[in-house]
Design a protein around this ligand. Structure first.
Ligand SMILES: Nc1ncnc2c1ncn2[C@@H]1O[C@H](COP(=O)(O)OP(=O)(O)OP(=O)(O)O)[C@@H](O)[C@H]1O
Length: 361
C-alpha cells in the first residue's frame, strides 16, 4: 500500500517552478530519500507533503485520502504526519518527557505521560525523561526529537536533513540507530538529504531531483550502476571523464578500445565516464594494454586512490583495495571493469544508451 502519492504536482515561488513532479510514491514501511543539489526542490516537496505549502496544481494523497488538490486542502495539523526538520529544535523550557508529550494533546494526562514514557523507552532515553534539552548531547537530542515525531503514531515521518547538525562520528551512529528503529517500527519515511552517501546508506529508494523534477528514482544500486544520464552518474559517485573517439563499432580511449553496440553507430560520442573502482591494475606491465605512471598514491584505509598519468598527459583516478598499494613512479598496465563504464550520447549527452559490450584489451 502507498502511504504518500504525488500526482502531477506543481509548485512555484515568484512565478518560477520550484517543484514539478509527475508521479512520486512512498510505499508503506519504506524509507525514501529525496536527493539532489541545493535548490532542486527537495525541501519544498517535503513541505508540500507536510501541508506547509500548497500545490499550484496536482494532487497529494496520504493512505488514499486526498490532502491537497484544486478543491481540497488539509492543514498540517490534520494530516497525521510526523515532522523532523533540521531547525525543528526541542522546546528548551520543557523537559524531555514534556517535549515528547507535546503533540499528544488529544490524550488524557495519564495517557500522554504513558505514551511519552513508552516512546522514550523505545529510543533509549527514558532515564533522561526529567532532564532539559540543554543537558543532552546532540545525538541524545536527536533521539528525543525522533521520539517526539513518532509519539502521535503518524502515518508518515517527514525528515529534512535530520542529521546535518551532528558531527561526522556521531552522525553515522545516530543515523544507523535511527534507521534500525524506524525499520523495527515499520515507519514510512520521506527524508531529504543532499548527501548521496547518506541516501545510499539509508534509503530503500532514492529519488534524485534536479530543477524541481525527478531525474531518476530507484534503489541505490540502480542509480549508481545504471544511471539514466551523466548528471545521475556523477551525482552518486566520482567518475573519470575519458575522451573517446568513435571508429565504427570501436570507441578508442586512453583506457583501451571498447567495442560498442552497433545500435550506437549514428550517435556522437566524445567521452566515456569511468568509475574509479572500474579501473583495475594488471599484475604485469603489458605493452598491449593501456599503461601509465603512478603519480599519486593515497591510502584511505579501506581503499587506495591512485592517480595514473599516460604519456599523452591524460590523468585518471583509480580506487583499489588498500592491501596492495602501487607506489609513485611505478609503471602500471590497466584494464576496465565495464560495469563501471557509462556511455551517454545525444544532445547534451543526456540519453543513456547502453553499457559497452566488450573491452578489446
Ligand atoms: N521561501 C522562498 N521564497 C522564494 N523562493 C524559494 C523559497 N524557498 C525556496 N525557494 C526556491 O525554490 C527552489 C527550491 O528550493 P528548495 O528549498 O525546495 O530546494 P532544496 O533542494 O531543498 O535546497 P537546499 O538543499 O539548499 O535546502 C529554489 O530555487 C529556491 O530558491
Amino acid at each position: 500500500m502507498s502511504n504518500l502519492v504525488f500526482r502531477n504536482v506543481r509548485h512555484q515561488y515568484d512565478g518560477e517552478n520550484s517543484v514539478d513532479i509527475e508521479y512520486l510514491e512512498v510505499g508503506a514501511g519504506k524509507l525514501v530519500c529525496l536527493l539532489g543539489p541545493s535548490g532542486c526542490g527537495k525541501s519544498t516537496t517535503l513541505r508540500l507533503a507536510a501541508g506547509l505549502e500548497s500545490p499550484l496544481a496536482g494532487e497529494i494523497s496520504i493512505q488514499g485520502e486526498v490532502m491537497a488538490n484544486d478543491r481540497v486542502f488539509v492543514g498540517p495539523e490534520d494530516r497525521r504526519v510526523g515532522l523532523m526538520f533540521q531547525d525543528y529544535a526541542l522546546f528548551p523550557h520543557l523537559t524531555v518527557e514534556d517535549n515528547v508529550a507535546f503533540g499528544l494533546s488529544h490524550l488524557g494526562v495519564e495517557e500522554r505521560r504513558a505514551r511519552a514514557r513508552a516512546m522514550l523507552e523505545t529510543v533509549g532515553m527514558a532515564p533522561s525523561a526529567r532532564k532539559y534539552p540543554h543537558m543532552l548531547s546532540g545525538g541524545e537530542q536527536q533521539r528525543v526529537a525522533l521520539a517526539r515525531a513518532l509519539a502521535p503514531s503518524p502515518r508518515i515521518i517527514l525528515m529534512d536533513e535530520p542529521f546535518s547538525g551532528l558531527d561526522v562520528v556521531l552522525r553515522n551512529r545516530v543515523r544507523d540507530e535511527t534507521l534500525a528503529l524506524l525499520k523495527e517500527m515499520g515507519t514510512t519515511v520521506l527524508m531529504v538529504t543532499h548527501d548521496p552517501e547518506e541516501a545510499m546508506r539509508m534509503a530503500d529508494e532514492i529519488v534524485l531531483m534536479r530543477e524541481g523534477r525527478i531525474v531518476q528514482q530507484g534503489s541505490a544500486g540502480a542509480l549508481y550502476n545504471n544511471p539514466v544520464n551523466e548528471f545521475v552518474a556523477s551525482f552518486l559517485g566520482e567518475v573519470n571523464r575519458v575522451p573517446a573517439h568513435r571508429n565504427g563499432d570501436v570507441l578508442e580511449t586512453e583506457l583501451g578500445e571498447i567495442l560498442v553496440e552497433s545500435s550506437l553507430k549514428d550517435e556522437t560520442i566524445t567521452e566515456i565516464l569511468v568509475r574509479p573502482e572500474a579501473i583495475r591494475f594488471l599484475p604485469i606491465v603489458d605493452p598491449r594494454a593501456p599503461t601509465g605512471e603512478v603519480v599519486l598514491s593515497r591510502n584511505l584505509g579501506a581503499y587506495c586512490l591512485i592517480d595514473i598519468v599516460f604519456e599523452s598527459g591524460f590523468r585518471v583516478t583509480a580506487r583499489v583495495g588498500s592491501f596492495y598499494q602501487p607506489k609513485v613512479g611505478e609503471k602500471r598496465s590497466l584494464s576496465l571493469n565495464l560495469s563501471g563504464v557509462f556511455i551517454f550520447s545525444g544532445p547534451g549527452k543526456a540519453q543513456y544508451v547502453d553499457k559497452p559490450i566488450s573491452n578489446i584489451n
